[in-house]
Design a protein around this ligand. Sequence first.
Ligand SMILES: NC(=O)c1ccc[n+]([C@@H]2O[C@H](COP(=O)([O-])OP(=O)(O)OC[C@H]3O[C@@H](n4cnc5c(N)ncnc54)[C@H](OP(=O)(O)O)[C@@H]3O)[C@@H](O)[C@H]2O)c1
Length: 225
Amino acid sequence: MRLLVLGASGGCGRCLVRLAADRGHDVTAIVRPGTRFEAPGDVRVRRMEILEGEGLGEAVCGHDGVASCLGLRRKHPLNPWSRVVSPCDLTSEVARSLVSMLSGAGVRGSRPRLIAISAAGVAESEASLAAPVRWLIRRSNIGISYADLGRMESILGGSDIDWMVVRPVTLVNRASASDRSCVVDRYGLMDRISRIDVAQWMIRALESSDPPGSRKQMIGWKRGR
Ligand SMILES: NC(=O)c1ccc[n+]([C@@H]2O[C@H](COP(=O)([O-])OP(=O)(O)OC[C@H]3O[C@@H](n4cnc5c(N)ncnc54)[C@H](OP(=O)(O)O)[C@@H]3O)[C@@H](O)[C@H]2O)c1
């Protein structure tokens, strides 16, 4: 698969680029001009400001799959109340651009499948949040990300492109993928999934020729281990 990865320099993005390259996919990583990024193996890197100019449209052409691992950055990532330093409409504006590129005549040949990272508890999945998680999202700057991801989902949902979102619970770092990922129906305070497992889930969804069972999949680690 010729795969385009947005947010390739982030936690999930780096995992996805590495796993996809290891699986023999032809990967192009989109990275901001000033961000440090060492591409594994044969991965192509295109540097651009994703919300500016025609670069994204040109980059999308010729790909079979697009994986968006974008997310709003906070000045201090571990502090939920820390200032958001990315545009507050980053993922929704990128979704808007992608929908217009992928649904229009701009893409040659077959239309690529798009998979994007959202978050457990976004939009109607808010009902699955445990009370402390809902409190944290509403009261901290995590809510800014959730609002943007909600708009992203609604833009994708109103489009006719081949799209999917994964809605992970709290992300942690692990060196290798596990066999613990599954679709979950609630998001408790202690629920976790690793970035590499999210990346693996996304690659499998892109590789699958079947239409997804659900376009919005809330994922976490199996409980009880
Ligand atoms: N943290 C959690 O527990 C959690 C839980 C559920 C869902 N999520 C969601 O999962 C997604 C991925 O998480 P992650 O931890 O892998 O994210 P991350 O490490 O913060 O990576 C964010 C990516 O977005 C890019 N980005 C940010 N601002 C940008 C801008 N203005 N222009 C272009 N690119 C920009 C970053 O590029 P640079 O490297 O250049 O900054 C980076 O590649 C996010 O959407 C997050 O909201 C997170």
